[in-house]
Every structure is written in structure tokens, then in C-alpha cells.
Design a binder for this molecule. Sequence first.
Ligand SMILES: Nc1ncnc2c1ncn2[C@@H]1O[C@H](COP(=O)(O)OP(=O)(O)OP(=O)(O)O)[C@@H](O)[C@H]1O
Ligand SMILES: [Mg+2]
Length: 507
Amino acid sequence: MKQKVLVVDDDAAILEVLEMRLTAMGFDVIATSDPRRALEATEAGRFDLALLDLRMEPTDGMRLMEGLHARQPRLPVLIMTAHATIQTAVEAVRRGAFDYLTKPFVRDELRSKIARTLATRRWARDRERLLTVGQALASSGVMARVLDSVAQATVEATDADRCVVFQLEQGRLVPMASAGSPPTAWHRLEAAASAAMDKGMPITMSGAAEGADSGTIVAAPLVVQRGPAGALVIETAARLEPGEDDLELLALFSSQAAIAIRNTHDLESLKSGAVAALGRMATQVAHEVKNPLAGLRLYVRHLEQHLVKVDDPAGKDLAGKIAVTVDHLTSVVAEITAFGRPPELHRMPTALHPLLDECLELARARRPTEGVEIITAYDSSCPDGRLDTRELKKAFLNLILNALEALEGAGRLTVATSYSAATGTVTVTIEDTGPGMTEETLSRAFDLFFTTKPDGTGLGMSIARSVVNLHAGELTVSSRVGEGTRVQARLPLEPVPDPARPSGAGA
Ligand SMILES: Nc1ncnc2c1ncn2[C@@H]1O[C@H](COP(=O)(O)OP(=O)(O)OP(=O)(O)O)[C@@H](O)[C@H]1O
Ligand SMILES: [Mg+2]
């Protein structure tokens, strides 16, 4: 694509010469002596460079430059003057010109100044974009925030009116971040995003077919290892066709956004991995401490009895205090080890619906529910299962408590079951119309000790998941801010043979 140059001079002869020379240099030239036409031309399309005469009637070059900059803020301008003095040059540059040219043009000065202007403009843009991208990537690992800064940087470095970053989530394109003016036609942006993801490369959708007000949309896919994870989409004002530069920029930004997404995923799994490792370490330490504690408890008992025998009440008192402390330590250790994988489930015939009712009762006793509508929708075809009643009670109680805590006394809580005879599994759904979770909360909800509540311990979700997993089931959460949260446990009612453990072999 040819670069576009605008030339404005009230001297017809100079205009003609410049038009010829610039065309010969390979530019697409619009030459006019009418400043109004020049302004109209910038409104209709974008230029890469403008050459403006300083002395013109009725407007001078400086005023015209300001008018052009109001329409295209980053347009590089060269001011042409027959009376170049240091003052005029300084004044021109101070008011936003890139440089000035003296008339009549000295051989090669025209060519070299134009080349320098275009190159410098590129460099300025490159610098700007590197800076913004760098800042975006250095910002916190929270993906939403990284994508926000990528969207912002994209709008700032291109001439786009707006930018939206879409991410593919469970087969749906979700707008994750946006910058610039709010989009008017989401469906067009979304369509462009999915087209770019299908093609695996940037695409351009012209607004011409849509009517006068529709701008051009450019979308670039965000490619993470597993394939497209979303798309970065920009929309320009109706009069601005995105140039080669914009496409290049978009490709650059989309690759940065993809890196941001990947880094954030990596970071997140690292974080939960680290937390899980910490949890395992705590469990191991607790395990190591458990046996010596049991020994200690035994010795203290003996000591206590001995001191009674030798009639030493003060000594017996002390031994009693030691026993109480040891008991306390033992219970702390028991709590910690309870997190580690209990070696076996204690399965017994269990009717799930009474169990869920009991959890609801327990939860009701612990959290206010006056303003909460509680709906139970049980699948009557669900048979009894062989399940660990105690553990499951703990899991469902935690999930129901979370829902009631989210509802804060107003809204709807639904507890439902649905049984599949074909797979022998029941799906328990606990759903609330509470405030939902942010993306960050959702991604960390199962981390040990992750909580957003002032008096929370951050254990409920991890307990629930580990109990369901022990039953060879699966616990999933879907949540949207402002809409609510749905937690689903898929639970086989009968023990599933563990392929890692040959049947018949002891535990
Ligand atoms: N139904 C829900 N609605 C909104 N946010 C939820 C919901 N369930 C869980 N969360 C979020 O997940 C976080 C972790 O939940 P989890 O049950 O593990 O811990 P907690 O409820 O904070 O503390 P506790 O250990 O007392 O249960 C919560 O702090 C909350 O931010
Ligand atoms: Mg909880």
C-alpha cells in the first residue's frame, strides 16, 4: 500500500512541482491550494505525512496544521517556508511540526527530510508501543488487568476508536477487556473475533457494507499453545481505513496479549501448585508429629498416676496441664492431617436427599435465611448409594454455607439432583443468585486458605473438592459477577474400581 502525502501551498507552480516529485518518489499525493479541501481530505482518510506552506491566505500553515492535528493527532507535518529563520523553525516545531523545509528546495533536502520524518515517526511509534507493552507485561499477573493494559495500549498506539479483547471460555467468546469509546455493535466485533480465530490470522472487515457510520474492524487471534484462546479486535472510525502499520501493531499486540494469557495461566497453576505443595508439606509435618505426641500423652498419663501415688498434688497439677496442652496439640495435628487424603472412605448405604436436607438444616441454623428462597429439586429416581456419609455431609454443608454467605440474606438458593442410570452417577447442583465470583476468585477458589471473607479460613471449597474426588467424582464451578454461582458435584453412587490398584490386592 502506497503512503499518502498531503501538500498544501497557494503557489500553483510549487504545488505542481511537489506533486510530480513526490509521485515519482512513490507516494500517493493529494495536492491542493485550498486549506478547506485539505481539512476535508484528512476527514475522509488518513495521511502519512503533510507538507504545508507557512504563508497562505486566509489561513497560514500553522493554523492549518492545528486543524489537521485535531483530525489526525499523530500526522507528521513539514512546514515549508521561503523565509526560514531560526525563529520560524523553532515556532513551527514548538507548535507540533516535525521539521521545516526551505524554499526553493535544495537538491535532496526534500527527499532526505521526508525519509527522516517517516522513519522517525515509525521509531516514535515503535518506542511508544514497546513501552506500553512492557508496562502491560510488567503489571500484575492478574489476567484481567494485563488484558486491560493491552487494550489500552492498542488504542493509544493505533488510530483505533476502540479495542476489545475477547477470550474463549467454554466455547463462548467473552469480552475480557476493552478500551476507547464503548462499542456500538458488539455482534460485529464478536463476529470478527471468531472469524480471526477460525482463520488463525488477522482479518479486516470493512464497514462500507454496514452503512456510513460503521468503521472498519480488524481482528487478530490470540494464539496460546493449545490454539486460539481469543482475539484482539479494533474498530476505527468510519473515515479511517487501518493501514499496514495498524495491522502490524495489532499482530504485535495480539502476540503480547497471548503471552500475557499464557503467563497468567502458568503463574496461576504455579501458585495453586505451590499452595498445594505447602498443604502437602503441612500434612507430612503433622503426620510426623502425630506419633511422638501420642507417646508424650501416654508418658504424661503415667506421670500423673505416679504423682498421685507419691502424693504430690502440685506435681500432679502440672502434669495435668501438660496433658491438656498435648491434647490441644493433638487436635490441631488431627485437623491438619484431615486435609491430607484420608486413606480410605468409610462407605455405607446412603440416601442422598435426606443427607442434603440435613445439610440445609445445619446451614440454616448457622446463617440467616429469612430473605432467602430455598428451592430443592430432587430427582426421585436417584437410588441410595454407597457413600461416605460423614465426608459428604461436610462437603455439601460447606458448599451450601458458601451459597448462603454469598446471598447475604437475599436471593435464591437451589439444591437439585439429577440421576443418570446409564452411568450410575448423580449430579448435585448447588446454585445461588448471589454476587458471583471475579475471574481471579474463581481461579483460586479451590486453593487451600484462599478466602475473600474477613472471617473465612479458605478451606470449604478445597474440602468439598477433595471429598468429591475421593468418591471418584468431579466438582466444578461456574460463576459470573452479578449473576450468581453454580457448583456441581458429579458423584458415582457406587465405588469405581481404581485402575491403579489391582482388585484383590490389599489396601
Ligand atoms: N457461592 C459463592 N459465591 C461467591 N463466591 C464464592 C462462593 N463460594 C465460594 N466463593 C469464593 O471462594 C472463596 C473460597 O471459598 P471457601 O469455601 O474455600 O472459603 P471461605 O468460604 O472463604 O472460608 P471457609 O473456610 O470458612 O469456607 C470464598 O472466600 C469466596 O470468595
Ligand atoms: Mg466456605
